[in-house]
Design a protein. Structure first.
Length: 97
C-alpha cells in the first residue's frame, strides 16, 4: 500500500467511484428517455471500470511482481473498453441522425 501517497489513493478511489456513478446515471438516463442506446453505452463502460479496479488492486499490493497479470488485464480491459465505448458512441450518433 506504500506504492502511492494518500492523496494519490484518494484520486484513484474517487475516480473509480465517479466512473461507477456515471455508468449508473447513463443507465438511468436511457431508461427515462426510453432509448436503449444509452444502456449500451453504460455497459460499454464496464471494461474501463474493471481496468481501474485492476490498477488499484495492483497498487494496493505495492505493485508486486507476482501480480503482474493485473497489468496485462488492465491493458486488455482498457483496449476493450475504448473499442466498446467507440462502438456505443457510434450507435448513439447513428440514432441521432
Amino acid at each position: 500500500m506504500h506504492a502511492l501517497s494518500l492523496p494519490t489513493w484518494w484520486i484513484h478511489l474517487a475516480s473509480v467511484i465517479e466512473w461507477g456513478l456515471a455508468m449508473w446515471a447513463i443507465q438511468r438516463w436511457g431508461e427515462e428517455q426510453r432509448q436503449r442506446e444509452w444502456s449500451w453505452l453504460a455497459l460499454a463502460m464496464t471494461p474501463a471500470l474493471i481496468s481501474a479496479m485492476a490498477a488499484c488492486t495492483w497498487h494496493l499490493f505495492d505493485n508486486a511482481a507476482a501480480l503482474q497479470g493485473l497489468v496485462v488485464l488492465q491493458a486488455a480491459c482498457t483496449a476493450l473498453g475504448n473499442t466498446a465505448m467507440a462502438g456505443a458512441a457510434w450507435n448513439l450518433a447513428r440514432r441521432a441522425r
